[in-house]
Design a protein around this ligand. Structure first.
Ligand code: PLP
Length: 485
């Protein structure tokens, strides 16, 4: 294990020597606020610090070094050019309180992102402000609530219908928005059950909320009929578009009948995520919902008033502010750069390659004896299921842990919830066929170990500094401090 900076500390070592202050700070600071003791900070040379953090970074597992076979998370390689542009001093040095005339370049980039996302989805208006996918869902639900309020239907339309193949954040957001959640079971083909939908859809329905492709990695092939039925009942259609990595340049959600949707920039549009870092959700709506969007919004002045972008800070029908300024501007600029680099053909190719890769892996693991959930081709991610009875009691979790010994990050397991012993992989467009073959070979080896030496798989990992953890104990009784011995 790497020693901490505190363990490496030796009294008197310094990386930086500060000049003596001209005036003693205590002259201005009230006595009761002054420290009685010096803070306990590690004392190190610059080289100690550089080596410590460089070694720590080498212990990291990252998409820049290895394959991240997580499903549902779109852990794809984030091109460095985007990072470079987002960090340009003209962007990074701007202050959010500067007047709009002083930040036209930043606002133009954000407007370009809005226009690009609207073109990809067919939607009419955009807010870039939500902090993440789930936040955008909540904002969408509040927007729908404001729309019904305006139409005098808020008291009646209290129900949001969500299939059980939707992402878990969908029912959570609907409940948080104050609506009643009605769940409908999927068909044996993993698709929305239209007969079930018809039974629960009525004039108390505010919204039908669908994840497309759904969490099984499957396209909802009855979506046009679902939209028709929902609209006939006077309900709004919401698309969880966090899986847009499968659809860019292929189909526009607006043409499927959706009234609003969100996109996770930190999945599809190459903004890095993971480890709880900042994300960026984007909510897109059709024209009839635009006036309810949160503020601030970007507004372009007419050409005869110089065509500049300005900021709309209030609108009588808006749901108001949901976040400071325009959202995670650094992330938004990163996505704007990604979109500009890819262009129309590039986004189509990204989605097409993501689908080809997922289906290639699906076939490789099908041949390796890992039964896919569905015999049908998938979209951008493939779901597998195993039968522990046929594998000497080896479970999906054991396979995931053993994969760590082979140098792979663990895939998503036990999700989607409706598939027993689920394992889900989203290779994304950025992985090569060779990487997918190496991954499939590792799974194949583990399956043969399950036949010959199941305990080896059940006890994995063997090659990591830390062996199998008690996840439940760690979650229930977290120890978040480190004691120097
Ligand atoms: C389909 C889907 N919907 C919603 C979300 C929620 O997004 P976030 O984690 O940014 O809140 C995710 C997250 O991965 C997702 O995959």
């Amino acid at each position: 294990m790497l020693p901490t900076l505190f363990e490496l500390s030796r009294s008197g070592k310094r990386a930086v020597k500060f000049p003596k202050a001209a005036m003693h700070s205590s002259a201005k600071i009230p006595a009761k606020l002054l420290r009685r003791q010096n803070p306990s900070l590690p004392e190190l040379t610059e080289l100690d610090v550089v080596r410590h953090f460089t070694l720590a970074s080498q212990m990291n597992y990252s998409v820049d070094t290895q394959f991240y076979p997580l499903g549902s998370c779109t852990m794809k390689y984030n091109p460095k050019a985007n990072f470079h542009w987002a960090l340009h001093p003209a962007f990074a040095g701007a202050h959010p309180l500067w007047p709009s005339w002083a930040v036209q370049g930043t606002l133009e980039s954000l407007a370009g992102l809005e226009e690009g996302l609207a073109a990809i989805t067919g939607m009419d208006a955009v807010t870039l402000a939500p902090a993440a996918g789930a936040h955008a869902e909540l904002v969408g639900i509040l927007v729908a609530g404001a729309f019904y309020q305006d139409k005098g239907q808020a008291a009646k339309r209290r129900k949001i219908i969500i299939p059980d193949s939707a992402h878990g954040t969908n029912p959570a957001s609907a409940a948080l928005g104050g609506f009643e959640v009605v769940t409908i079971k999927s068909t044996a083909r993993g698709r929305i059950d239209v007969l079930q939908l018809k039974k629960v859809l009525d004039d108390t329905t505010a919204m039908v909320m669908i994840t497309v492709p759904n969490t099984l990695g499957l396209f909802e092939d009855d979506v046009l009929e679902v939209s028709r039925l929902a609209h006939n009942a006077g309900a709004q259609m919401y698309m969880d578009g966090a899986n847009m990595n499968a659809l860019m340049g292929i189909v526009k959600p607006a043409s499927l009948g959706f009234d609003m949707m969100h996109i996770n920039l930190h999945k599809t549009f190459s903004v890095p995520h993971g480890g709880g870092g900042p994300g960026a959700g984007v909510l897109l709506v059709r024209r009839h919902l635009e006036e309810y969007l949160p503020v601030p919004r970007l507004i372009r002045r007419p050409a005869n008033q110089n065509g500049e972008l300005s900021i709309l800070d209030a609108h009588p029908k808006s749901i108001g502010r949901i976040r400071a300024f325009h959202g995670s501007t650094g992330n938004l600029l990163w996505a704007a750069s990604y979109l500009a680099l890819l262009g129309r053909d590039g986004v189509f190719q990204a989605s097409r390659d993501a689908i080809v890769n997922a289906n290639y892996l699906r076939r490789l693991l099908q041949d390796a004896g890992l039964t896919p959930y569905s015999d049908e081709p998938c979209m951008h991610e493939a779901v597998f299921t195993i039968d522990p009875k046929k594998l000497n009691g080896v479970r999906t979790l054991d396979i995931a842990k053993r994969l760590l010994d082979f140098g792979f990050y663990a895939p998503t397991v036990y999700f989607p919830l409706i598939v027993p012993e689920a394992m889900m992989v989203e290779p994304t467009e950025t992985e090569s066929p060779e990487t997918l073959e190496q991954f499939a070979n590792a799974v194949k080896t583990i399956l043969s170990e399950a036949a010959s030496d199941p305990q080896k798989v059940k006890d994995a990992p063997h090659a990591l500094p830390v062996r199998r953890l008690d996840d439940v104990l760690a979650a229930r009784n977290p120890v978040v401090t480190y004691q120097v011995s």
